[in-house]
Structure formats: C-alpha cells, structure tokens
Design a protein around this ligand. Structure first.
Ligand code: SER
Length: 323
C-alpha cells in the first residue's frame, strides 16, 4: 500500500490551503490533516483528521503508524510576534516539534519531510536588499533564532542520517482563504479585510517598512514543487531562499486606494516594528530558481488585485448566508 501524507498544524494559515491542494492532487483519503484542536473547517474535514500535539512523541508515532504515513509537512510553530511574548513556549514548540518529526524520519518511519523556515533567520547585520542565500545570519527574534537553529538541524539530519528533509524560507504569506495569526507580516493580510469592512486601517508597522512577501498560491506551489523535485536537485538541505514580491505598507495602501478610493491608513508602530526592521527588504532566490525551477507568479499589483477581488466575493457570499 502506498504511504499517506500527514500535515501537522493543518488549521494554520498555510495548512488549510496546503491540505486542500494535496488532497486535490493525491486524493482525499491520502492526506491526513492534524492540529492540536478539533477543526471546524470544512476543507480539513473532507478527509481524515487527527487531533495531535506534536510535542507528544507517542501520539505522533501512533498516528504515523495508524495511517501508514511516509511524508510529513510539519507546519506547527509559533510565529514571530507571539514568540516574543512566550519565548520559552516558542522555543519548546518550534524546536522539539521539529526534533520529533526528524527523529521519526531518522528511524525510517517517515521517508520525506517538509519543514518551513522563514526570512526571520536573517537579522540586523544581514544585507537588506536582495539578501543572498549565503550571508551573515544573526537573528535577534526568538522566532528567528528557532528557525535558524532548525535549519542547521535539518541539514545535520540530512548529512548524518540521510533524512530527506526539504525546506523553504517563506517570506510573509498573503492569502484570502485562511486567517493568519501572530506574525509580523500579517498586517498585509489584515489591511485588505479592514479596507473592505471599514475603509480604513491602523498599521502596526511604519509606512516605509519594506518586507518580502508572497501570495499563498505561489507559496503552495513552491512547497509542492520542492517536495516533488528529484532528491538530487535539492542541493541545499538547510532551507532555500524563495522570493515573491516586496512592498511597504504605504505602497500597498496606494494600490488598495486605486480600487477603494475612500480607503485611508494611519501608522502606529508597536513592538513588531523592531522585528520587521531586523528582516530583509527583498530576497535573492537564484539557487531555488536554478536547482528546482522556482519562479513566483504574483507581483505586488496582482497580489493586491487578487486579494480585493477574492475577499469581495467571500464577504458577499457570507452576507448572503447570514441574511
Ligand atoms: N510571516 C512570519 C511572521 O511574520 C515570518 O515568517 O512571523
């Protein structure tokens, strides 16, 4: 029997869309979604779902055995802003969750692992524009420290134990199907919801804070591509830089105004500004392009147009249902 895929942290921003994409591709029964809590999401419940705390190794192993899991997408993590508020819990979840998955792969239970890293692995001393794959990395956020450590462990498990682990340094991810939670780049999702609901937005980053971002469709495509690429094409076993587009809050606000002329924005930077200031403004993803043919499809304009169009549809449909 062919092995199944397990998505850990399936209720999160990436998980819901990834589970949908993987089930469409491989069949609903082939993809087991899991999260720490029961999910209400229709997308996750149209196939197998397990309640799983990845910190519980026995439970993880039981689920892997029960479903004959051979591939794992391990997405459960605490994001940057939440991690600053709970450093110890963030370190525990972000590191030990990864160790549990890597250890099962080391003992050959799991054949292939996807684990997301982030632009947060870079720090204030990293060159900010077109940040290269190999550069100074001195992250100063709890989240960034955990992701950089995770990258080093992924490479170590690959070199030492032959674990087939693959990873991407995601930029800020922008999507309309699921809500983000606890990230510094999340303003760029919330701004669209507020623009359509209230016509205004108070931004927690300053107007000229340039950050690398990516439309969720691109992120899902990159994730599935790196997992499907032949192993010899994956020459980097820490994590690949991947770029989408880069913009500032004020540039994004301008694009929103073109479609919602009454939209207004104010700026009230909070503790997340310091995190954003330590991250790159744009990313050089030459290695991902050369090794496994990565290329983003969305620029900032297409991203903004898609978000407004899709959220308009969604909000209209919701109004019809509640009427
Ligand atoms: N989007 C993430 C965050 O803001 C970065 O990986 O925390």
């Amino acid at each position: 029997m062919q092995g199944k895929t397990l998505v850990i942290g399936a209720s999160g921003q990436i998980g819901i869309e990834l589970v949908t994409a993987l089930r469409t591709k491989h069949g609903h029964q082939q993809v087991v979604a899991s999260d720490i809590r029961v999910s209400e999401s229709p997308e996750l419940n149209d196939g197998p779902f397990e309640v799983l705390n990845v910190l519980n190794m026995d439970e993880l192993e039981r689920i892997v055995d029960k479903h004959n899991i051979t591939e794992v997408y391990h997405l459960a993590a605490m994001l940057s802003a939440t991690s600053e508020k709970n450093p110890e819990r963030a370190w525990d979840l972000n590191m030990n969750g990864l160790f549990h998955v890597l250890d099962l792969a080391k003992h050959q239970k799991i054949k292939k692992v996807f684990w997301p890293s982030s632009i947060a692995v870079f720090g204030p001393s990293t060159p900010k524009q077109m940040t290269p794959q190999y550069t100074v990395m001195e992250p100063n956020s709890v989240y960034g420290i955990s992701k950089l450590a995770g990258e080093r462990w992924c490479e170590y498990y690959h070199e030492k134990f032959g674990v087939d682990v693959r990873s991407l340094r995601y930029p800020g991810l922008i999507g309309y199907k699921s809500d983000p939670g606890g990230g510094t780049t999340d303003y760029a999702v919330d701004i669209f919801h507020q623009a359509l609901e209230k016509g205004s937005y108070q931004c927690f980053l300053s107007e000229n804070t340039m950050l690398p971002m990516m439309m969720m469709d691109d992120a899902i495509r990159a994730t599935i591509s790196i997992m499907e690429a032949p192993a010899e094409q994956i020459k980097i076993r820490s994590s690949y830089n991947v770029a989408g587009c880069s913009f500032t809050p004020s540039e994004l606000a301008q694009l929103i105004k073109e479609q919602i002329p009454e939209f207004s924005i104010t700026y009230e930077p909070d503790f997340r500004q310091k995190i954003a200031d330590s991250w790159p403004g744009s990313i050089d993803d030459s290695e991902a392009r050369a090794h496994w043919n990565w290329k983003a499809a969305y620029d900032t304009t297409k991203l903004a147009d898609t978000m407004i169009r899709e959220l308009r549809h969604k909000k209209k449909a919701e109004t019809l249902v509640t009427r």
